[in-house]
Design a binder for this molecule. Structure first.
Ligand code: AMP
Ligand code: ZN
Length: 801
């Protein structure tokens, strides 16, 4: 077996230290949260490797640690609290309870992906004496030093430092190591032990006082305890290479005087929307969320096979759906074979280890764990004309020892019959729908095909497909994408921007795990529609709770009814994942057909006629945006709510503007994955295009703001990091934008955008003769403010220059 070794940067033959045996260590999860499907990709890679080695006849001993002592991984986060403790406080539990809860969840998730359990799952918290012993030895040998309760590893004493990650200097310059700088001999020295801050509950007594271990020491101490000082394979994700694995090597080799690990194997990241999947980016998904969206966790395992473990893999729900369909097809294929095979023989292991298809499969595994190619061998084998059903099934089950789709359990379960046999398929149907099916069968027996078809349609609308087999009615749930178009990017939303307005207002709503708020908000719209011509455009932005079925049901109805029986138009857009705040807003704006677009936050409850004042305010062509709550700033840092009427921004609770202006101001920047400051950012677009931003006080009196659920669901740290990301985008765009602010505005300089006479003195870029005819779109540089010029498309109503 050959594998890419990060240490030597070569694909190398695996030669075990002890013939026939492999000792393998995998970095496991940090248990203060559910693991995400990026973590699961890395764990699946380790599982393929272990299964392959076992398939090749090795006896593998596998250890995977549980990090249940929280650590701050980066200097940036050093100010924060221990993550486990922070989570404990948030959930009102002890750190130990949190760790136990998420450890169990981790085991469940691994089991759902059919990842073989490691032989030992050592917990960091149960190996503190072992870690202390390693640290003492490092101090004794002069590889470490103590300063005021800290023990640091002195990397200058270990010449091999950097052999794994190489480009050390680069890493060190960004100062990624944790700990406080003052006491360190060299900035790159890393802590082996740290003193406990007051109030820390995960702390232990040590020769250096009460404290807790550095992150890396746990893996050194536990791997050496269970596998000895020198073992074969160590796995993790590429983000573990530095500093974690580099530091493990330094500690372990300095401690034992022996080489530590022969083969370092690292899995590349799973990305989503082009970025590494991580909780802090909120592009992460858990196994439970995948299941809530109707996917089989094993479809993930199938998805992972589509890329080499050393390549990045971009996760999309579309790709997951394709993987699920492919997995179902494979299972169907297996069941077909099962029905035709000599079942007893098919379940026996292959007699001929040198069977050519088996050799072909093995060759791909042995070549740096090439699972995508091994999958290709599987499909070719299933099509091979020379093999009979029994042999094919035997080979499939043999390959599955590595692939891990658990085909055998599938064949033995109810599922294949549910998919094929009418009686079984109906077990999943809700009772009232089962009655409809029986009624329909009766109509068919009476040859009332028209009546039967009407019932088929009703079942379809309730999300079930029916087909008539000689033995009865086979029913199957209908996938969301079979029922409604599903967006993978906001540009997939239907484009109504060039269509004439059909309604007075388009109310744009975002739904994501907030169906109670959404329901309250929608009810209030219906209650106070008051005969106005309204359209509701709501986007289901990757919810993982009841919000999705709630909106699916609503979308089937396709309209809302107001308090006076008036019909309100309803358009529901379904995104296949969380597109992020800005992209979701863009999607709803793109699909809107009202003369006025209103962003409405679902925390808002309407209490009266907000339509008339909004319409009146926006009748002034110089006003760009209005809404009940305005913000003022002097420095682009501090924002305070002000009644205006002239303000710097309208808050996102309710943000109204004429749809026609979309052409002028353009779309929101997708980098705003989180809502904060997106409203200010977008308000500035209107200002920069020469429009006023004003508060509409009558509206404030006619609505209630309930607590904003999204904000309250976040921890302090999440609020800080997400807000900071948005602030950086905002600041990068507007740091020159002082003249836009109410505080610095010079009315004489104000440009109203629509007519050229209002341009600042001397900045016309086209003379009267060069002007295109009225009504023709064109684009050129406009000096909007003394410190702000840009070009944008526009047209002139009348020739005025
Ligand atoms: P953690 O719980 O953060 O210690 O991560 C557990 C394992 O998952 C480590 O080996 C990480 O390298 C790996 N990991 C973290 N994020 C990703 C990702 N987006 N894709 C693949 N592996 C990841
Ligand atoms: Zn580790």
């Amino acid at each position: 077996m050959r594998i890419y070794n990060t240490l030597t940067r070569r694909v190398e033959e695996i030669v075990p230290l002890e013939p026939g045996k492999i000792k393998m260590y995998s970095c496991g999860p940090t248990v203060y949260r559910y693991i995400h499907i990026g973590n699961l990709r890395t764990f699946t890679m380790a599982d393929w490797l272990r299964r392959t080695l076992e398939y090749l006849g090795y006896e593998v001993f596998h250890v995977k640690n549980i990090t249940d002592v929280g650590h701050m991984r980066h200097e940036l986060l050093d100010r924060g609290e221990d993550k486990i403790q922070a989570q404990a406080r948030k959930e009102g539990k002890t750190s130990a309870e949190i760790a136990r809860f998420y450890t169990e969840a981790f085991h469940r998730d691994e089991a759902k992906l059919n990842i073989l359990p490691a032989h030992v799952f050592p917990r960091a918290s149960e190996h503190i004496p072992e870690m202390i012993q390693v640290i003492e030895e490092l101090l004794r040998k002069g590889f470490a030093y103590e300063v005021r309760g800290y023990v640091y590893f002195d990397i200058q004493r270990f010449p091999g430092y950097g052999k794994l990650s190489r480009n050390l200097l680069e890493y060190m310059q960004i100062g990624i190591h944790e700990g406080s700088d003052a006491d360190r001999r060299h900035p790159e020295d890393f802590p082996l032990w740290k003193p406990a801050e007051p109030g820390r509950d995960m702390a232990w007594d040590s020769p250096w006082g009460r404290g807790f271990p550095g992150w890396h020491i746990e893996c050194s101490a536990m791997s050496m305890k269970y596998l000895g000082p020198h073992f074969d394979i160590h796995t993790g994700g590429v983000d573990n290479i530095f500093p974690h694995h580099e530091d493990e090597i330094a500690q372990s080799e300095a401690y034992s005087g022996q080489p530590f690990v022969n083969y370092w194997v690292h899995a590349q990241h799973l990305l989503a929307d082009g970025q590494k999947m991580a909780k802090s980016v909120s592009n992460d998904y858990t196994c439970a969320e995948i299941e809530a969206r109707g996917f089989d966790p094993l479809a993930l395992r199938y998805l992972y096979t589509t890329a080499l473990y050393r390549s990045r893999l971009n996760f999309t729900f579309r790709a997951l759906e394709a993987a699920q369909i492919a997995l179902e097809r494979l299972r169907e294929r297996a069941y077909d074979l099962w029905l035709r095979a000599d079942q007893e023989r098919a379940l026996r292991s292959l007699e001929d280890e040198e069977q050519p298809w088996r050799l072909a499969f093995r060759r791909e595994l042995e070549n740096d764990l090439n699972i995508p190619r091994a999958m290709a061998v599987l499909s070719a084998m299933l099509r091979a004309p020379e093999l009979d059903a029994t042999r094919k099934l035997q080979l499939l089950l043999d390959f599955d020892r590595v692939l891990g789709f658990d085909i055998k359990s599938y064949l033995m379960s109810e599922k294949p019959r549910q998919r094929r046999e009418p009686q079984h398929s109906q077990h999943l149907l809700p009772a009232e729908l089962a009655a409809l099916v029986r009624e329909r069968e009766a109509l068919r027996r009476q040859r009332d095909y028209e009546g039967a078809d009407a019932l088929r349609l009703r079942l379809l609308q309730r999300g079930w497909k029916v087909s008539d087999l000689p033995e009865g009615t086979l029913v199957r749930p209908r996938r969301l994408s079979e029922e409604f178009p599903v967006l993978s990017r906001w540009q997939d939303a239907p484009d109504a921007t060039q269509l004439p307005s059909r309604y007075a207002f388009s109310l744009n709503l975002l739904a994501r795990n907030n169906y109670k708020d959404l329901e309250r908000c929608l009810d209030s719209i219906c209650r106070h529609a008051n005969g106005h011509s309204l359209e509701v455009v709501v986007i289901e932005n990757g919810s993982t709770d009841e919000t999705l079925p709630f909106l699916r049901e609503l979308a089937r109805r396709a309209e809302l009814v107001g308090a006076n029986g008036e019909q309100l138009a309803l358009r529901v857009l379904f995104a296949d994942h969380n597109l992020g705040f800005a992209a979701a807003r863009n999607a709803t704006m793109r699909a809107s057909q009202g003369a006025i677009i209103v962003w409405l936050d679902t925390s808002v409850e309407i209490q009266g006629d907000i339509w008339t004042p909004l319409e009146q305010t926006l009748a002034d062509p110089q006003i760009g945006v209005t809404g009940p709550f305005g913000l003022i700033t002097e420095d682009l840092r501090e924002f305070r709510e002000e009644s205006g009427p002239e303000v710097d921004a309208i808050e996102g609770y309710l943000f109204a503007f004429r749809r026609a202006l979309l052409n002028e101001v353009g779309w929101l920047d997708e980098k705003f994955r989180f809502y904060r400051l997106a409203d200010v950012h977008y308000s500035f677009f209107f200002k920069a295009a020469g429009y006023r931003v004003v508060v509409c006080p009558e509206v404030a009196a006619r609505l209630i703001r309930h607590p904003h659920r999204e904000w309250y669901s976040l921890t302090e740290e999440e609020r800080r990091t997400k807000s900071k990301k948005n602030y950086d985008v905002f600041r990068a765009r507007w740091h020159h934008g002082q003249s836009l602010l109410v505080a610095y505005c010079n009315p004489a300089h104000r440009w109203y955008g629509h007519d050229h006479p209002y341009h600042l003195e001397g900045t016309h870029s086209h003379g009267p003769g060069e002007l295109p005819p009225p009504g023709v779109m064109h684009s050129h540089e406009h000096q909007h403010w003394p410190d702000h010029a840009h070009s944008h498309p526009h047209l002139h109503a009348v020739q005025t220059v």
